[in-house]
Design a protein around this ligand. Structure first.
Ligand SMILES: *Cc1c(COP(=O)(O)O)cnc(C)c1O
Length: 385
């Protein structure tokens, strides 16, 4: 497993914007949308991604993802769509992993056709499946690992090597792992994307996105991104910067609790199956060990058919049923009732998503609190004949 040093220091101090007048401990917030054109701020404008707070936070994200540069966006989808539109053009082809975020696959369905970009969704991303779907006009590979909701992994190093051999640009949605547990740039991935709405924000009160990459890639992205206009307001940039200061503390705690909880749930008689990359039973545990420094706060599990899953959700007192994830509070959802509700039962069965499957986002609450809540809810939702 890779060691990642001084992450808390990076979270707190990288890209620190000093208060030059009063020497305050936190960064001043510069909310101006216009600056004296005769002064040092001539070209500063929020939509150009170049105001002081945006630039400082971008430096923190670059440091966290081990890249030269970064840009901060108004949402995860603003970041993802800007990457597609900047690096693809009419006539190009892109290979996407099937199990990507719903909004991303919807973007491909709704937008690529209209601009003449073709795409292939690959079920299991391996060197063989990539080779099978590679075309003359393929320009990019886009992956997401661990995936939602089954926590499947893709071998990042393999994807990077394949892309380099075929001169393709690579992009990864690194939201689930967070920069604390996985740094795809170390394996040669070009563009590292985050929905900062999740772990980076971490308190379920910010919508934002980030992209990290080399100076060269980020300059290209910037040229398109400023036309689409998806920058983040400086006030929210400040909130996000404040949140990231505790990213390392939060994610390390969430990962520790999640590993213990996954081990507990795996042995539980009311559960059929637990999907968590940190478990030895996870089919890609070896890949997890190679590319992650801890296994993260996301997991999913299947209840046995002897438990009523609706009643289970109903009975939870601490863990909140909620759509989003990665906050300091634990949340849970049924993919069948939410993210995957538009698929047919056959499509869901094909992807391994059952009615009894629940996705769990581990918060910072103590392990015993979570276990007690789960136990009491199971107790009340067993089906008695
Ligand atoms: C939430 C999410 C997104 C989309 O981000 P928004 O901030 O909602 O636009 C993208 N990828 C993953 C993995 C997500 O969980």
């Amino acid at each position: 497993m890779k060691k990642n040093k001084n992450q808390n220091y990076t979270c707190v101090h990288a890209g620190e914007l000093k208060d030059p007048i009063y020497g305050g401990a936190t960064a001043p917030i510069y909310t101006s949308t216009t600056y004296d054109y005769r002064g040092p701020g001539t070209n500063l404008y929020p939509r150009y991604f170049n105001t002081p707070n945006q630039v400082a936070l971008a430096q923190k994200m670059a440091a966290l993802e081990h890249t030269e540069s970064a840009l901060i966006f108004g949402s995860g989808m603003a970041a993802i769509s800007a990457v597609f539109m900047a690096f693809l053009k009419t006539g190009d082809h892109i290979i996407l992993q099937r199990a990507i975020y719903g909004g991303t696959s919807h973007f491909a369905d709704a937008e690529f056709d209209r601009v003449g970009i073709t795409y292939t969704m690959v079920e299991h991303v391996t060197a063989e499946s990539l080779q099978d779907h590679l075309q003359e006009n393929t320009k990019m590979i886009y992956i997401e690992t661990p995936s939602n909701p089954l926590l499947e992994l893709v071998d990042i190093e393999m994807v990077s090597a394949f892309a380099k051999a075929n001169s393709l640009t690579t992009a990864i949605d690194n939201t689930f792992a967070s920069p604390i547990n996985q740094n795809p740039a170390d394996f040669g991935i070009d563009l590292i994307l985050h929905s900062a709405t999740k772990y980076l924000g971490g308190h379920s009160d910010i919508c934002a996105g980030t992209v990290s990459g080399s100076q060269k890639h980020m300059e290209l992205l910037w040229k398109t991104a400023k036309n689409y206009g998806g920058s983040l307001s400086d006030v929210t940039v400040h909130l996000l910067e404040r949140s990231i200061k505790t990213l390392g503390l939060r994610v390390k705690q969430q990962s520790k609790t999640a590993l213990k909880l996954a081990k507990f749930l795996e042995r539980h008689p009311d559960l059929e199956k637990v999907n968590y990359p940190g478990l030895k039973s996870h089919p890609q545990h070896k890949i997890a060990k190679k590319q992650m420094s801890a296994y993260g706060g996301m997991m999913s599990f299947e209840l046995k058919s002897t438990v009523d899953h609706n009643e289970f959700l109903e009975q939870l007192k601490v863990v909140k049923p909620a759509l989003s994830l990665a906050g300091v509070e634990s949340t849970i959802l049924s993919p069948v009732q939410t993210s995957h509700s538009l698929l047919t039962p056959e499509q869901r069965a094909e992807q391994g998503i059952t009615d009894q499957l629940l996705r769990f986002s581990v918060g910072i609450e103590e392990l015993n609190i979570l276990i007690d809540d789960i136990e009491q809810a199971l107790e009340k939702s067993r089906i008695r004949n």
